[in-house]
Design a protein. Structure first.
Length: 230
């Protein structure tokens, strides 16, 4: 099931869009205040699509889109009464994937949403090259091409590496990691994840104190990058 975040302050539009998207099989969470959405940005960027109004209370959709693009390439669809060409161009320049003016045709909106979420193809990969080390997700092994050292991972370590690869380049919170891998009925601490990261740095990083791949984001979580962040 695809998850959609709807950031819109008009109650009637929220109800209409949410109802019809749920009929289409989507799971929808909504925010009706720009500042509250900004405060939840690390949660929002984990969705499969963000539908974003421009004129929001306290914090504009344009500003929010700019913030989102600093953290993630999640698809963004502007849905706004500001439909003149200059506004559409501005929204697209900020990194939005699409822009639909109000009033809109509901069928057209749903088609655009399907197009945006279907462009995110989930590909199950079998291996991953991190620096000089190649991880085989099937055998749970990693081999260093320089030293020929082979490390055998636990199932949980492999799951965590797969999750980091899925969110490559994005900030991912400790809470989201715990929820994805341990679920809500288990109660490990965030320190559990920190210990896994220490292990990964010993295996993959040439200098664990100056990591190239597994970066700490103070007070939030981690960002895994295969390339140096911009």
């Amino acid at each position: 099931m695809k998850n959609i975040c709807l950031i819109e302050d008009e109650e009637n539009i929220v109800e209409l869009v949410k109802l019809n998207l749920e009929i289409e099989g989507f799971k929808v969470k909504s925010f009706q205040n720009g500042m509250r959405a900004k405060e939840a940005i690390l949660e929002i960027i984990q969705f499969d699509l963000i539908i974003l109004d421009v004129m929001l209370p306290e914090y504009s959709g344009f500003d929010l889109c700019k913030d989102i693009r600093e953290l993630s390439d999640v698809p963004v669809l502007f849905l706004s009464a500001k439909g003149i060409a200059t506004d559409r161009i501005h929204g697209l320049k900020l990194g939005a994937n699409d822009y639909l003016a109000k009033p809109f045709d509901l069928e057209e909106l749903i088609l655009r949403i399907h197009n945006l979420v279907s462009s995110k193809i989930d590909v199950k990969i079998n291996s991953l090259q991190i620096g000089e080390v190649k991880v085989n997700f099937s055998s749970y092994e990693a081999k260093d091409s320089q030293s020929n050292t082979i490390h055998v991972f636990s199932k949980r370590e492999i799951e965590l590496l797969e999750l980091f690869n899925e969110y490559e380049g994005k900030v991912i919170s400790r809470d989201l990691i715990l929820d994805k891998l341990w679920g809500k009925d288990n109660f490990p601490t965030s320190r559990t994840i920190d210990n896994y990261i220490l292990t990964f740095r010993k295996i993959f990083e040439s200098n664990a104190r100056d990591p190239e791949f597994f970066h700490s984001v103070r007070g939030v979580g981690y960002r895994f990058t295969l390339h140096s962040p911009k």
